[in-house]
Design a protein around this ligand. Structure first.
Ligand SMILES: *[C@@H]1O[C@H](CO)[C@@H](O)[C@H](O)[C@H]1NC(C)=O
Ligand SMILES: *[C@@H]1O[C@H](CO)[C@@H](O)[C@H](O)[C@H]1NC(C)=O
Length: 334
């Protein structure tokens, strides 16, 4: 809680953001920290999503960043979401790792990107010093930076639920190969996962937001290199479905991808094209559900209004590769 308080004070620099503590009436509410992000005056919100990026500008990271700046300005974005794998190959070595400056601050320099960045951790981040990425010291170095393990960003018409998915994936524990993961803070693992799922379910049930979006690093559904993440299909997906989550947004597979679901309205969106892409690495998927797959670099935008939500995917030239729109009728919240 102490470091959260420090983070709070450094955030007063950004007037749009008001952090609030767990002030919900129900005492059993989740440990999920709640942040408030004011929407625009008309209640709408727009943002960009990028994932799998930190490579000191290499593998087109700088080109993606440049286009994000242009699209960010055009859409007048409110914030940016990072789907994790923030620093390659092995996260940050500590709070003073120069990669923070070289892969983040120095890369995303456009005026439109000087907004809050909400991050989750990816598996590569877990191979470094996790506490460093969670530290409010980074927020002091660059006041855009917000990275917590699992948390909620409430923007009135939409609530974002950021979920720490790396601990779900069993093979990182049972078969870490030559990697060392920093599991401090998430042990015992099973209890960590079950608490997180319980907290998420409760927070989703208590949400009165018109739109509900869940963000994690790992895939639930993907035709890319890693494919589905079975642990998330088994344990996370049922909670998203029962609570009528609109979108699940992830990275991990280094591509841009949109898959729909045969048995619920949820859309699976992969934005993992922030730097190195995996050309040609795609598996067959039912064409009825595979709306879009791109094996190069790029990013995604989300525009949200009371009655409409728009998704667009962009390549490194700023071309729209794919778009998707859905609407909900205007009626008062339940
Ligand atoms: C950068 O993007 C271009 C256009 O998509 C692609 O042809 C090229 O291979 C990419 N470079 C790298 C290093 O990925
Ligand atoms: C969405 O894509 C369609 C073609 O697939 C295009 O006609 C339309 O203009 C696009 N809309 C936006 C807002 O980019």
């Amino acid at each position: 809680m102490a470091s959260f308080t420090n983070k709070l004070s450094s955030l007063f620099l950004i007037p749009a953001v008001i952090l609030s503590f767990l002030c919900m009436a129900v005492p059993s509410i989740a440990d999920l920290q709640r942040l408030e992000h004011a929407a625009k005056a008309d209640g709408s919100l727009s943002l960009l999503v990028v994932g799998d990026w930190g490579r000191r500008g290499a593998y087109n990271q700088s080109k993606v960043a440049f286009q994000m700046g242009k699209i960010g300005e055009k859409l007048d974005i409110d914030f940016v979401i990072s789907t994790g794998d923030n620093f390659y190959d092995d996260g940050l070595t500590g709070i003073d790792d120069p990669a923070f400056h070289e892969s983040f601050t120095k890369i995303y320099t456009a005026p439109s990107l000087q907004k809050q960045w909400y991050h989750v951790l990816g598996n590569h981040d877990y191979r470094g010093d996790v506490e460093a990425q969670l530290s409010d010291y980074l927020t002091k170095l660059d006041n855009r930076w917000i990275c917590l393990r699992s948390y909620i960003v409430n923007a009135e018409i939409v609530e974002f639920f950021f979920i720490d998915t790396t601990p779900f994936v069993k093979k990182y524990v049972t078969d870490p190969e030559d990697h060392v993961y920093d599991w401090s803070g998430v042990l015992p693992r099973k209890q960590y996962i079950s608490n997180l799922l319980k907290d998420l379910d409760l927070a989703l049930k208590q949400s009165s937001a018109k739109w509900k979006i869940v963000v994690g690093h790992h895939t639930i559904r993907s035709a890319g290199h890693h494919g589905d993440t079975q642990e998330l299909v088994s344990h996370l997906l049922p909670i998203l479905q029962i609570n009528q989550v609109d979108l699940y947004i992830n990275g991990h597979d280094h591509c841009l991808e949109h898959i729909s679901s045969p048995d619920s309205p949820i859309q699976f969106l992969t934005s993992g094209g922030g730097s190195k892409a995996w050309k040609g690495d795609v598996n067959w998927w039912n064409p009825d559900q595979m709306k879009f797959y791109y094996d190069g670099q790029g990013f995604m935008s989300v525009q949200i209004k009371q009655t409409q939500l728009d998704i667009d995917f962009y390549d490194i030239f700023g071309n729209v590769l794919h778009n998707w729109t859905t609407s909900k009728h205007l009626h008062s919240t339940m």
